[in-house]
Design a protein around this ligand. Structure first.
Ligand SMILES: [Zn+2]
Length: 455
């Protein structure tokens, strides 16, 4: 099957070019305007922007968060939603297994769970305990199993202590892997949660105060120092939400640290802690960790996107149904944590970054795709429009708009955190390795067509 995508404004890495893309055998075979040989299918993209398929570096499909709560989307519904939003690859943060399990236990379980994925996917491995056997296994997995990034938590059920973080950073540096870290100081969050529990100030309006900015920034600072200490090891901060964390990253980079990577998420750019102040039922929709922050933090994150402090925007897509969230309407501890966003991210970021704030299309493509592919070791197969790369492509019509409605989005979740938001732009077509998976905002791909991408 040979396809010509004709006359679109193609976003390359350092320039845009109105030309045709020839797709053959799932790959980009040519980018030019003079190629006239016959094709099986021609797509008119004139007037549209053609971008590399977006990569969401942070999702939680099919997550069993606790005995009581399982995330609303599995790998099929979640990747259909992703595709409709222009995303052609997710890198999923997989769940813990039983205490004491080898690292491959969770990875093997997710290989089964992800079989129905509609677009390509990778996994970040997950750290629970660290000992000699885990370190040896970690190195083996990076070299032989196609999973080159791992996530450590500084809080929750399996917090990695300082020694564990140091060992992980050093081991991953040896084999060219990346440590991603959920940064929230366990002691600070416990301290406030204890106080709030004793005082009975556990309504959602107290939620942001229970996990203050400093909890994140402290751990970001420590991670940066440890990564520096073991020789500028690669450290990736997931879902960064505070201005204080960004300040620490800037300081470290100014003093020469190069392997620091910062992700934020759509929700920390778009929503803020004022949403916790309304009635408890509505506020409970936004329970997630880290919590939504102040307007000043939002502004600092936007600035960070434009000055290069932040490399990627993920979603931390981990939705739960309204009835589940509303269990927390009087007590924030009762809600499962997380919100949706895998479908909304692409158009929100296009509207807010490109249309409203004037980001160049090249920088937008880096933020949504190229940077994640480079950091997570799947570039240039993914993350760029170039000859030989996978034909993962988004055809975006800038003259149309699209309004989000939780009832019509593809996620199984029954609400959208961005309900009613009208995005500039319309995702008209999406190709996954050359196969048309979205046509006119309809999913036309196949269950199970997604492939595991070894990174
Ligand atoms: Zn997450």
């Amino acid at each position: 099957m040979k396809t010509r995508i004709k006359g679109g404004n193609i976003v390359l890495e350092s320039t845009c070019l109105v030309a045709d893309i020839i797709v053959e055998d799932g790959k980009i075979a040519a980018i030019d305007s003079n190629q006239t040989e016959p094709v099986d299918r021609e797509i008119d993209a004139s007037g549209c922007i053609v971008l590399p398929g977006f990569i969401d570096p942070h999702t939680h499909m099919d997550l069993q968060q606790s005995a009581q709560f399982r995330a609303a989307d599995d790998f099929y519904s979640g990747t259909v939603a992703a595709a409709l939003g222009g995303t052609t690859m997710i890198i999923d943060h997989i769940a813990f297994s039983e205490a004491g399990s080898p690292l491959m236990t969770s990875i093997n379980r997710y290989r089964q769970l992800a079989r129905d994925a509609a677009i390509d996917y990778g996994f970040h491995g997950v750290i629970q305990h660290v000992d000699d056997a885990i370190i040896a296994e970690l190195k083996h997995i990076v070299q032989s199993e196609g999973v080159s990034s791992f996530k450590a938590y500084s809080t929750y059920g399996y917090p990695s202590d300082d020694v564990a973080l140091l060992r992980l950073l050093a081991a991953l540096k040896e084999v060219g892997g990346v440590l991603t870290v959920h940064c929230e100081n366990d002691g600070i969050t416990k301290y406030y949660n204890d106080i709030f529990a004793r005082r009975g100030t556990v309504a959602p309006r107290y939620y942001a105060q229970s996990r203050p900015n400093i909890a994140e920034a402290e751990t970001v600072g420590r991670l940066i120092d440890w990564a520096h200490q073991v020789g500028d090891a690669a450290a990736y901060i997931v879902h960064t939400s505070t201005r204080q964390s960004l300040a620490r990253v800037r300081r470290a980079r100014q003093s020469g640290q190069t392997n620091l990577f910062v992700e934020t998420c759509t929700q920390y750019l778009m929503l803020d802690e004022s949403l916790y102040q309304g009635d408890g039922k509505t506020a409970a929709r936004y329970i997630m960790a880290p919590p939504l922050r102040s307007g000043a933090d939002r502004e600092a994150l936007w600035q960070g996107l434009f000055d290069g402090t932040v490399q990627t925007v993920g979603t931390d897509h981990c939705p739960f149904m309204l009835a589940e969230k509303q269990l927390a309407s009087e007590d924030y501890r009762k809600a499962p944590g997380g919100i949706a966003g895998v479908q909304e991210r692409g158009l929100i970021m296009y509207s807010e970054a490109v249309v409203k704030r004037g980001m160049s299309l090249c920088d937008f493509a880096k933020l949504m795709s190229t940077n994640a592919a480079k950091i997570f070791n799947c570039y240039p197969q993914k993350g760029a429009i170039q000859v030989g790369a996978d034909a993962d492509l988004v055809v975006l019509d800038p003259t149309k708009s699209y309004q989000f409605d939780g009832q019509t989005l593809a996620s199984n979740c029954d609400y959208s955190p961005y309900q009613g938001y009208r995005a500039s732009g319309f995702i008209d077509k999406v190709f996954s390795r050359g196969a048309l998976v979205v046509d006119g905002a309809k999913f036309v791909g196949e269950r199970g067509a997604g492939q595991f991408i070894a990174r």
